[in-house]
Ligand binder design. Sequence first.
Ligand code: GUN
Length: 293
Amino acid sequence: MILIDGKKISEEIRNELKLKIDRLKKESRKLPGLVTILVGDNPASEVYVNMKIKACAQIGMSSKLEKKDAAFSENELLELVESYNNNSDYHGILVQLPLPRHINEDKIIEAVSPSKDVDGFHPVNVGNLVIGKETFFPCTPFGVVELLRRYNIETKGRHVVVVGRSNIVGKPLANLLLQKKEGANAVVTVCHSAARDLRKYTLQADIIIAAMGSPLFIKEDMIKEGAVVIDVGTNRIEDESTPKGYRLCGDVDFENVSKKASYISPSPGGVGPMTIAMLLSNTYLAYTKIENF
Ligand code: GUN
């Protein structure tokens, strides 16, 4: 079994981007910039946003946090997004989800200029992904495909079973892997919570991607010998033996599934760090497009 080390690969990607930014600095060029907008006080969102800002600083990318309290209105947020659509110092705009309930998420996602939509959530970018045109790939699915590519795991003609159909992971990932190009070209099945006999599908997978948000759900009797297993889940489960009273785990029962898998990405330490690396990569891509670089 080979452990897929997302932390190591994400460091490689960040180092590659840092070299590009070092060169821009040496040439006294404008730098790529990311603005992150956080509304409300969701503790998990605060942790994620801080990680994103730290990652920008590490590679020398300029970044700004717009932190607004939970009473910030939908109109105010629409105006804020529009101000960054027109701000040439920022090439990427990330509105951290979930938003407070009084704000319509779809409206906000659609307000972000597709050319600065480094999350790849705007319907125009989603549409471009589905028809195979150039676009921003949502960061987590992009991270999964990049992990497979950097570990030389063949996807062409192989059966990938994606478990989970979210707009952030399952659906874009299935569309990415379907594309008729290098690093994709897979036969894709998407399963979800309404599947009558999930095991019937997962047992056929050459590559299984767990992205349903159910702790330790994928067990060893659900995968075939030698399958590649990618765990996208990050869940908190109670654990009295830890100081915090909980620990993080993925959607895969790693301890047992790893005995049967050929490759396996753990959680934490697999796909998670890749999400941030691909956000930086998308911001650099937005910069090259906007600045005609
Ligand atoms: N919340 C959880 N994941 C994400 C993500 O990838 N992007 C944004 N904007 N919010 C999130």
